[in-house]
Design a protein around this ligand. Structure first.
Ligand SMILES: [Ca+2]
Ligand SMILES: [Ca+2]
Length: 139
């Protein structure tokens, strides 16, 4: 007696699964480059954000890093699609590349990237000296 109900259940499960499999993109990113900092060493951490209307998605981050000249950075990120056809990506960089060794929070726009299945490598140099607002955040 319950066989038809079971059949309906499976049909519903299959119908629910179809849209998510169509939208199953995996986009991976490698961001790298050089921080332009006038100090021989400093500390930082990066969070990679994807901009959305209400809550932005954190899609990658570094640990707390100790940087020495030439201050190369490298951070990876990944996401699985967005509401439109583009990811809007920015960095939050908490750092102490500051003349008085104070901690600053700097937001840097990393641009738009088409939503696709695959890998993107981006090389961007970022001027960091005294950039951003002073913050009580820890690096
Ligand atoms: Ca977005
Ligand atoms: Ca998003």
């Amino acid at each position: 007696m319950f066989a038809p109900k079971l059949m309906i259940f499976f049909v519903v499960v299959v119908l629910l699964a179809i849209p998510s499999s169509i939208n199953a993109y995996l986009s991976t990113f490698q961001f790298e480059g050089q921080f332009e900092c006038n100090k021989p060493s400093f500390h930082y951490r990066i969070v990679v954000y994807e901009n959305d209307n209400i809550f932005d998605d954190a899609i990658g981050h570094t640990d707390r890093m100790y940087s020495r000249e030439p201050h190369m950075y490298n951070v990876s990120a990944s996401d699985t699609g967005d509401g439109n056809n583009f990811y809007e990506i920015y960095f939050q960089i908490v750092h102490d590349c500051d003349d008085r060794n104070l901690v600053r929070e700097y937001y840097h726009d990393m641009g738009e990237y088409k939503v696709k299945d695959g890998h993107t490598r981006n090389i961007t140099n970022i001027l960091l000296t005294n950039k951003g607002k002073l913050t009580k955040d820890y690096i």
